[in-house]
Design a protein around this ligand. Structure first.
Ligand code: XMP
Length: 323
């Protein structure tokens, strides 16, 4: 019979058999899949696992702390955090084009992650032979079903390492759907904030700033986003809403009146959507009083924002994200 308890027991046995006495690395993104995969492998092989978290500075308020503190407390996992915020800001400086931003973020992410892998290899030696990935059943089906290996090539001037290191993949979620992964995460004692997290794009807030990404804009958007999330949760709308991107129109200014005078600030867009699988979506008809509360709080509490607007476009024609 299918129970989360049985799934955990079965996977723990399989992981132990696969990894043996060797070591594994797992990248944590802050999302559900990598967290549950890491927790399963941790349960199976304990200190033979090292997790890596790249802090690219594009996460929402509190998310890095959730990984660094809450996830570690719940699992006892050995975690290497790489603070790459400056590196990402530098790489993104002067860039406004959405596709270019995505490419830069993806490229930098891989470079930083591979650098961390190489450091772990240098510290722990050739026993590091496995890479854990949170691949789900739908991903397996989409990509044709093969299991594989991952190469890292030493094009980073680290020196002293083999030209080409091959990791064998550990993919303990390959038979599971998203809702099952959440249940397994719960069984493993992971915090609700991680297990129930709504979808959030890999490039993070970097693709929710229309215009150039800067530290000040990220801080501003983080505050606005935290307010929106807090009020949506307080209103009990987390289940009804698939996700609600909060977007900063950094290149747009409009006139407002706040306190004693005229302001010339930026608009914040709320994009609450209802969806089954993110392929299509409808804008969520959410209560006006919740919208009012979010709008009042954002314009009062976030400097330089004098307007909050609601995106009432379905997908298609609009995508869920603005970039
Ligand atoms: P769109 O904007 O294409 O988004 O309607 C569909 C879903 O995918 C998420 N999304 C991403 N997730 N990396 C990700 O991991 C990405 O680059 C990315 N872009 C969009 C988006 O949040 C939505 O859930």
């Amino acid at each position: 019979t299918w129970t989360t308890h049985n799934v955990v027991e079965e996977q723990v046995a399989l992981i132990r058999e696969q990894v043996g006495t060797k070591r594994a690395i797992c990248g944590l993104s802050g999302g559900v899949d990598s967290a549950v995969a890491a927790a399963l492998v941790q349960k199976a092989i304990g200190s033979q696992l090292t997790c890596v978290y790249v802090d690219h500075g594009l996460m929402r308020k509190g998310e890095t702390e959730q990984v660094e503190k809450d996830f570690v407390a719940a699992t006892g996992v050995q975690l290497k955090v790489v603070d790459a915020q400056e590196r990402f800001l530098t790489a993104l400086a002067g860039v406004s084009d959405p596709e270019t931003k995505r490419k830069i973020i993806g490229r930098e992410f891989i470079r930083v992650f591979e650098q961390a892998q190489l450091e772990i290899l240098q510290e722990d030696g050739p026993e590091v032979a496995f890479l854990v990935q949170g691949t789900l059943y739908p991903d397996v089906v989409e990509s044709g079903g093969g299991t594989g290996t991952a190469n890292i090539k030493s094009h980073h001037n680290v020196g002293g390492l083999p030209d080409d290191i091959e990791f064998e993949l550990v993919e303990p979620l390959r038979k599971l759907f998203k809702d099952e992964v959440r249940m397994v995460g719960q069984e493993l004692g992971l915090p609700d904030e991680i297990v129930q997290r709504q979808p959030f794009p890999g490039p993070g807030l970097g693709i929710r700033i229309v215009g150039e990404v800067t530290k000040d804009r990220l801080d501003l958007l983080r505050e606005a986003d935290a307010i929106a999330r807090e009020e949506l949760t307080a209103a009990g709308l987390d289940r009804e809403i698939w996700q609600c991107p909060v977007v900063l129109l950094a290149d747009v200014r409009s006139v407002g009146v706040q306190g004693d005078g005229r302001t010339y600030g930026h608009p914040i867009v709320l994009r609450p959507v209802s969806s089954e699988d993110a392929m299509t979506a409808d804008w969520t008809r959410m209560p006006y009083d919740v919208l009012a509360k979010i709008s009042t709080r954002i314009t009062n509490e976030v400097a330089d924002v004098n307007r909050v607007v609601l995106d009432v476009t379905s997908k298609p024609p609009g995508t869920i994200e603005w970039e």
